[in-house]
Design a protein around this ligand. Structure first.
Ligand code: SF4
Length: 450
């Protein structure tokens, strides 16, 4: 890829895990709005649940998540009680009959900070208040350094089906620069421990663009991780946004690879993983051909939500915990990210909703276009407009914004069908941005597209 093209498209663009994107959420969505939205959902509505655990034992300097360091277990135990209260509040607002659940995800932070007993209590609550489908996926994010036997045993007992491990890079110098010392043996043992109890769907997260990271480091990391045969891998570009995440100031900008080096690193991982038999999913995920994500891609049912690419087809996601985000048919609702304020709201028997946005029919049509592009790299704009009953001319007015990508061979526009080429795959977010009505040029401070 020519350096001019990398430089041209290396701009800050949303990751489109929602549409409208989070910077456009506002305080007009309140706890009362959220309660009303939950109450209005039909009884048969299948749910996806997300529970956020905003604590880690040590903070990694590259981290972009809503989390904080916990020096002792006390605050974590208190938080867990609040989370259990919120689970009950949500179940009550949804009505008497337990709702069907298709997908449950524990994210953070590091849910691996929980004790086995606390995790078991939380899972007992969830299973008594919701009706889990027999084939429900129950997934948990784990830090390989703090995945302890009591939690692993409780996960197996509770029916966890998938574990996702943060690895990032295995090079000692890189690990030192991101304040996350985690040799390969630690990762190997943690993955072995969850497989030993029957949890055999394994995800691994890797990163490129980290301080002092080189193409050779990426090659070494990927080749070691391939020996563990994970079912899915995500390869994220490090987003250096110290104005949003203060601890990133501990990473000197001078140690960060430039755009061309980042590109080489991403392409190295991409080539190694596709050569290794993984199916490329969107622009940053890879899955074994028989993993749900690859199967969903083949069937055209791959979706995107706040956790990234997903095979989950539930159309309502309820996010709980501090900073938890819900995506309901009516719109998005976000909990207070401040653990104290979140806890006070829940203790008072109220939801902790602080921001969000109601989605209009026009938003839903644009969201569908962006989601298909992100998942399938192709969308029939006319068919999507017809499906949502919106005026196609409004969407066609955005086509001129695709002209540069067409000229650069990254995209083909035939009639009303937009198709991203293989060369354009890493830049798919730029195509999505053309349909983003809320995007105001010059105002963006999102992660880089490459
Ligand atoms: S363990 Fe994960 S969530 Fe916690 S600080 Fe490190 S990267 Fe962030």
């Amino acid at each position: 890829m020519p350096a001019e093209l990398i430089a041209k498209y290396d701009t800050r663009i949303p990751r489109y895990t929602s549409y409208p994107t989070a910077p456009h959420f506002h305080a007009g969505v309140t706890p009362a709005t959220f309660r009303e939205w939950l109450g209005a959902m039909p009884q048969a509505q299948e749910l996806s649940l997300y529970l956020h655990v905003p604590y880690c034992e040590v903070i990694c300097w590259f981290c972009g998540c809503h989390t904080r360091g916990a020096n002792s277990y006390g605050p974590v135990a208190d938080y867990l009680e609040t989370l259990r209260r919120e689970v009950r509040l949500v179940a009550r607002a949804l009505g008497e009959t337990p709702r069907p659940v298709r997908h449950l995800h524990f994210g953070g932070g590091s849910p691996s900070i929980l004790t086995g007993d606390d995790f078991a209590r939380l899972m007992d609550d969830l299973r008594s208040l919701f009706r889990f489908r027999d084939d429900a996926e129950i997934a948990i994010e784990l830090d390989p350094r703090t995945t302890r036997p009591d939690l692993v045993a409780a996960m197996a007992q509770a029916g966890v089906t998938r574990a996702s491990f943060g690895v990032q890079d295995l090079t000692p110098e890189v690990q030192k620069a991101i304040h996350r010392i985690q040799p390969f043996g630690v990762v190997e043992r943690a993955i072995g421990a969850v497989r030993a109890v029957g949890i055999d769907r394994i995800n691994v997260d890797l990163m490129y663009g980290l301080p002092h990271q080189t193409v050779a480091n990426v090659r070494d990391t990927v080749s070691k991780i391939l020996t563990l045969s994970p079912d899915r891998l995500a390869v994220f570009g490090y987003a250096h946004v110290p104005w949003m995440r203060k601890h990133q100031n501990l990473i000197p900008e001078s140690a960060l690879p430039g755009a061309a080096e980042r590109w080489e690193q991403a392409q190295t991982a991409r080539e190694m993983l596709t050569d290794g038999g993984y199916v490329e999913i969107g622009f940053d995920h890879y899955a074994h051909p028989d993993d749900d994500l690859a199967v969903a891609l083949a069937k055209g049912t791959l979706n995107r939500n706040f956790q990234g690419y997903t095979a989950d087809t539930a159309t309502a996601l309820v996010g709980m915990g501090a900073s938890g985000i819900s995506e309901l048919p009516q719109g998005y609702a976000v909990n207070d990210g401040d653990i104290k304020a979140y806890g006070e709201a829940i203790a008072a028997g109220e939801f902790a909703t602080r921001r969000g946005i109601a989605v209009s029919v026009a938003d839903k049509a644009r969201r569908a276009i962006i989601e298909r592009l992100m998942c399938d790299l192709r969308v029939d704009v006319a068919a999507t407009a017809a499906l949502h009953g919106v005026d196609i001319s409004d969407l066609r007015a955005d086509y001129p914004r695709l002209a540069d990508m067409v000229e650069d061979g990254l995209l083909v526009l035939e009639g009303d069908v937009v198709a991203v080429t293989e060369a354009g795959r890493p830049f798919v977010r730029s195509a999505c941005a053309a349909f983003d009505r809320y995007l105001v040029e010059g105002e963006l401070r999102h992660s880089r597209a490459v």
